[in-house]
Design a protein around this ligand. Sequence first.
Ligand code: GTP
Ligand code: MG
Length: 255
Amino acid sequence: MTSPAKPKPAPAKDGAPGAKSAAVTALGWLHTARFLTTAPQLHFLPELDVPEIAFVGRSNAGKSTCINTLTQQKQLAFASKRPGRTQHINLFALGKQGATDAVLTDLPGYGYAAVPKQDKIRWQQVMANYLVSRSNLQGIVLMCDPRHGMTELDEILLDVIRPRVEEGLKFLVILTKADKLTRAEGAKALSIAKLQAGGGQVRLFSATKRTGLEDVATLLWDWAHPAGAPSASQAVSSTGASPDPSGAPDALGPQ
Ligand SMILES: Nc1nc2c(ncn2[C@@H]2O[C@H](COP(=O)(O)OP(=O)(O)OP(=O)(O)O)[C@@H](O)[C@H]2O)c(=O)[nH]1
Ligand SMILES: [Mg+2]
């Protein structure tokens, strides 16, 4: 008996014939994103058993903008010129309605100078706990503005997640705002970040020019649909954390 076929993007190599259709599948999947829930603290997050992909990085690096670009939605995640815009952990469900097969997590950024030191420390602990203990975490996307390079706080984060990456957690460094770099600066930033990423992948990305969009989308699709994994489950609805079928935010809404 054959198992039901699952949409599988062909292997994505830039320029390869399958890359385009893989990206179309991946972008279509990402476009299904809808607000799931928001939590001020870790223990308010629903337990889920679908793969979760977290976006982390310094405040203002472009995490929320990247999520909006990947999902092709203008205001799914709140982005702002003012650092510190995202202050809660916001979850977005992916997959056809009623068959959520993955979740994207937009985390508040770290390193925002105006935040009191105590709050910074508290947040670093919350985030470290999340990254270390979230059992359905499948991958981490570290957003980094290549004009600033990897900062001390990024290095701390790398140390926190290293054991999980060694155990198979997927890891991608996105060098954001690539539109602000010349081609040579981009190439240099890429090779430096590859040295620092310790086994993770690195991509240049621009929300304004859509640089790297198809490649990153395909990568995330592959993370969430590893070969041999069971097909999309009803896991989210079974936890009672089912998204509103209308796709509308709940009373709290993302922060
Ligand atoms: N030029 C350019 N600007 C970008 C890009 N991505 C994000 N930005 C801008 O960077 C600023 C911060 O973007 P956000 O997406 O809010 O950053 P964030 O990492 O979510 O910030 P916090 O929520 O504070 O952690 C906004 O003004 C965005 O328009 C990009 O690819 N190119
Ligand atoms: Mg944000």
